[in-house]
Design a protein around this ligand. Structure first.
Ligand code: FMN
Length: 354
């Protein structure tokens, strides 16, 4: 077994289940992954979307739901693994979300979709681990360099997210349009090398988890050969019994073929990867009338956005897939049935056991 030390905690298996908003990874999925010894991640993006009062007070409802989801995930995990939350850097009231999760005793905060420059200030005084999601050596140095200068602190672990990942992507449209031409492995090696400087300064290990297209144990072996300590997988966990999304959402994953995967312009200003469906066809034909705003993302302007991303993701997770945005990783076409979390992990296991 390949146990990983993360600060004063240890992870029985070197696997993180990537955070998936809105509502795709909540307590059921995160708890099931932790129960197997991995790190289960709850996405805080509109985490209270199906709760009483959400329409009138989305932010307060979300903040109240964070401890509930962490508590339930812990019950499911039965003392195994770790429970983390994924809080996007572009979240309005980001600091309050972080503090709420820390108060609830979450093990770790993982932040992508922007630069989490202020994260250390919100976890001060808590024993909560922190990790940025980066896609380049430059981003790693910007974040860890800033944390070092401003807070005298470094990351407890790092997630590297590659161009095959799902959701928002930290790459240009040009790079994503021609993936074979891009040597991402070289970038991973550079990031692994760059983090050593911070390990030396802080005299501690900073484990690296590689994400994006992790589907089989051969992908885990490849990640470890590049110098990663473990992996983060997300798409692979959607078509599971335990995933928190609706049955229709899971069936869309099973139906999707490689050629159905498209890169879209997210209202957040970043590219995103999703399954082409009636909703995407309509959005590409013209802007949708936005009737309400959840005021959820710093980078989104409802006056100019082509659609409300929160509404589209909520429709999808609830099962109204023709009116919803279905984020997915590049390899979604390889999924053809619903399995259990245990089965997914059993498939990945030989990657770290050899
Ligand atoms: C449906 C879906 C939703 C996602 N939502 C988020 C999110 O809210 N925040 C985030 O940082 N990453 C998000 N991601 C990215 C994943 O956490 C993960 O890093 C990535 O998808 C890994 O690649 P894989 O899906 O090929 O395993 C999402 C991915 C998917 C598939």
């Amino acid at each position: 077994m390949r146990t990983i030390k993360i600060g004063n905690q240890s992870l029985e298996i070197p696997l993180i289940q990537g955070g998936m908003g809105i509502g795709v990874s909540r307590c059921q999925l995160a708890g099931a992954v932790a129960r197997e010894g991995g790190m289960g991640v709850i996405s805080t993006a509109q985490i209270g979307y199906d709760r009483e009062g959400f329409a009138r007070h989305p932010e307060e409802t979300n903040l109240a739901e964070i401890p509930e989801q962490i508590k339930k995930a812990r019950q499911i995990a039965q003392g195994h693994g770790m429970i983390a939350v994924n809080i996007m850097a572009v979240t309005q009231r980001y600091g309050e979300y972080v503090k709420q999760a820390c108060e609830a005793g979450v093990d770790a905060i993982i932040t992508g979709a922007g630069l989490p420059t202020t994260l250390p200030q919100y976890v001060k005084g808590y024993d909560t681990k922190i990790a940025p999601i980066v896609s380049s050596e430059k981003a790693l140095n910007v974040i860890l360099g800033y944390w070092d200068r401003k807070y005298s602190r470094t990351a407890d672990f790092v997630v590297i997210e590659g161009p095959k990942a799902g959701g928002h992507l930290g790459f240009s449209f040009e790079t994503l349009a021609d993936l074979p031409a891009y040597d991402f492995d070289a970038e991973v090696r550079a990031i692994v090398l760059a983090k050593k400087k911070y390990e030396e300064t802080y005299e501690r290990q900073i484990p690296i988890f590689l994400a994006g297209g992790i589907f089989h144990h051969q992908d885990v072996q490849h990640a470890l050969a590049l110098g990663a300590d473990g992996v983060q997988a997300a798409t692979r966990f959607v078509a599971t019994v335990e995933c928190d999304a609706s049955e229709e959402y899971k069936q869309s994953y099973i139906r999707a073929r490689e050629e159905d995967v498209v890169i879209i312009h997210s209202p957040v200003g970043m590219p995103g990867r999703a399954i082409r469906n009636a909703f995407i066809d309509r959005m590409q034909a013209g802007k949708e009338k936005i009737t309400g705003c959840y005021n959820c993302l710093k980078a989104c302007n409802p006056k100019t956005a082509a659609y409300c991303i929160s509404q589209a993701l909520i429709n999808a997770v609830k099962g109204d897939v023709d009116n919803g945005l279905l984020f997915c990783g590049a390899r979604v076409g390889e999924i053809n049935r619903i399995v259990t979390v245990k089965e997914v992990i059993r498939e990945l296991q030989p990657g770290w056991s050899v």
